[in-house]
Design a protein around this ligand. Structure first.
Ligand code: FAD
Length: 382
């Protein structure tokens, strides 16, 4: 779309990732006139390990989407390796691996089919209260809406910072040809962070890594590079896909074995900086603004629960708006619901960073590993 705009909607949803699409579909099915806005013209790859756990699968089911039909690979096992030690256990729930481009594309299509008006290729500039509702600012013109769902993911919208978010981590993602990912999700702590390895539909694998503050801080600023969504990644090994592979493989015998035959499918890893792991939005905010997905909370990524939280929070926000629940009440309920998984995920992320060998030892006790895998999940219902 281009040209000046003076559009109207009952609800404007900012961001067509999993959280925004789920909210928009839920609202449209409830009879709302919904406008869904995204700056990306089409669904694309994003820095994400692409693991779908039970909360994601349940939410997708409610949205009429089946990971198997979308071509996802079933995952049956979890593994972890550090140095010469390794452990593996059967996942205590069904899980899948599905490329984000495919998932986000299917969600956008489902939104359009539900009657959502989708405007893409438009970066929202801000949103402010106006009269009894909101004015959402576009590059040219504005949208008037009664309520706003803020689903812009890792990026804060101007005027709506994520107070208290610590901008610590750097995320990297690389698609691989070859490699031996198997039907498993594999956690590979290495010097400078941790990585997750998963199979891709049709062969190959996805390697996704998270680097905490200091390592990320040493690795910044590549302004103007289209591969990097944030312009501050500089460290050569972060830019070079072979060096990234070698760095992860050097962290464990398991990593070296699984990555032995792998080749980068991209000329560079995709990167995103400033990830505020552990962030939880304060329940109190402006009336009529519902934060969902990573705008409501950012769970450490080793859990593979971010997409599940995004989809479930979108559906929950839609139900709240349709029921006339105030944003503050919705936000309070949502934060209470995710408190347990966020706490356990924080503990797991700490162990991955500070005592990865201990985590491998714990994973050898399969019941303990399965307990952590369950505790970092969102409970059904609510
Ligand atoms: C390294 C890493 C690995 C991860 N691995 C996994 C995993 O394996 N499994 C899992 O479940 N989760 C994983 N996650 C987390 C998961 O990716 C996120 O939690 C999830 O994508 C959040 O969904 P969302 O809809 O809130 O945001 P996003 O998916 O980020 O979507 C936000 C959307 O908003 C749009 N947008 C942003 N700003 C604007 C604007 N101003 N105007 C218009 N549009 C805008 C963007 O283009 C985007 O489409 C991982 C995260 C990281 C960093």
């Amino acid at each position: 779309m281009s040209g000046s705009r003076a559009m109207q909607a009952e609800v404007a949803v900012i961001g067509a990732g999993p959280a925004g699409c789920a909210a928009a579909i839920g609202l449209a099915r409830g009879g709302c006139r919904v406008l869904l806005l995204d700056r990306a013209a089409t669904a694309r790859e994003s820095v994400c390990g692409e693991f779908l756990g039970p909360a994601a699968v349940a939410a997708l089911g409610r949205l009429g989407l089946d990971p198997g039909r979308l071509g996802a690979v079933p995952l049956r096992q979890a593994r972890i390796g550090r140095g010469g030690r390794e452990a593996g256990f059967a996942l205590p729930f069904p899980a899948w691996a599905l490329p984000r481009r495919v998932l986000d594309g299917a969600l956008r299509e489902a939104a359009a089919a539900a009657g959502v008006v989708l405007h893409t290729g438009l970066a929202v500039q801000g949103a402010r209260p106006a009269g009894a509702g909101w004015a959402v600012q576009l590059p040219r013109g504005a949208v008037a809406a009664r309520q706003v769902v803020l689903a812009s993911g890792k990026h804060a919208l101007r005027g709506h910072p994520r107070d208290g978010a610590r901008q610590g981590w750097l995320g990297l993602k690389l698609h691989l040809e070859g490699g031996a990912a198997g039907e498993a999700v594999t956690l590979l702590p290495f010097a400078g962070g941790y990585a997750g390895l998963q199979p891709r539909p049709g062969g190959g694998a996805t390697l996704c890594a998270a680097l905490p503050g200091r390592a990320a801080g040493a690795a910044m600023a590549w302004a103007g590079d289209p591969w990097v969504r944030d312009p501050w990644v500089r460290d050569p090994w972060v830019r070079d896909p072979w060096a990234f592979l070698a760095r992860v493989a050097a962290g464990s015998a398991l990593g070296a074995r699984l990555l032995a035959g792998a080749r980068p499918a991209w000329e560079r890893p995709l990167a995103i900086a400033g990830l505020p792991y552990g962030f939880r939005a304060a329940p109190v905010g402006p009336a009529g603004l519902y934060r969902v997905g990573d705008q409501a909370a950012v769970i450490p990524s080793f859990t593979g629960e971010g997409i599940g939280l995004a989809l479930q929070s979108g559906l929950a926000a839609a139900a709240a708006i349709l029921a006339g629940e105030a944003a503050t009440e919705f936000q309070t309920r949502w934060q209470a619901r995710i408190a347990g998984p966020m706490r356990w995920a924080g503990l797991g992320a700490w162990a991955l960073r500070r005592a990865p060998g201990g985590l491998v030892a714990a994973a050898r006790l399969a019941p303990a590993a399965r307990l952590l895998a369950r505790r970092t999940r969102l409970a059904a219902g609510g």
